[in-house]
Design a protein around this ligand. Sequence first.
Ligand code: IMP
Length: 178
Amino acid sequence: MTRIEKLEELISKDEIQDRVKELAEEIERDYQGNEIIVISVLKGAFIFTADLLRYLTIPSQVEFLAVSSYGSSTKSSGVIRIIKDLDVNIQGKNVLLVEDIVDSGLTLNYLKHNLKSRLPASLKICTLLDKPDKREVEIYADYVGFVIDDYFVVGYGLDYSEYYRNMPGINLLPEEYL
Ligand code: IMP
C-alpha cells in the first residue's frame, strides 16, 4: 500500500512557518530576561519544537518526553504512561511544554499534573494545533498555533500509524483512511 497519497492540505508549510515565528515572538516577550526548558512531547511535536527553538533567541534548553496512550490510533483512551522520561530535574525552572495537538485534552492534562508535581518555577503550554470540539477535560494552552475543526490531520510531525510525519504542511486524512 502506497503511503505517499496526495492529501488535501489544511495549513501550508509557509503558513506554519509564519505562525511559529509569531509564537516564538510571543514567548520571548513573556519570558524576557529568563531562561526556559522546552519540553517536547515525542513523537508528534518534534518538528514543531525544532522550528520553534530556531526562532527563539532567549536562552533555552530542550528535553524530550515520550508518552503512550492505550486506545485506537485516532483516539486517546486517557490511560497515559510516560515511556521516556526527562533526563533533568525541572524543580525551580521555567518550563514550556510543547505539544503537537490537543484533542480530548487527556494527554496534556496528565502531563500538566505530572510536571507540576516536580515543582517547576513556572509551567506553560504551547501547542501547534487545538481541536476544541472533543475536549473531555477543561485544559487550555498558553500558546496556540491554530485552532482547527474536528478533522484528523497529519504532517509536520503528526502521524497516522506512524506515517505522514514527514509531510511539510498539515493535511486532512479522509475518513475512509481511518
Ligand atoms: P488527546 O489526549 O485526546 O488530547 O490527544 C492528544 C494526542 O493524540 C496528540 O498528542 C496526538 O498524538 C494524537 N492526536 C489527536 N488528534 C490527532 C490528529 O488529528 N492527528 C494526529 N494525531 C492526533
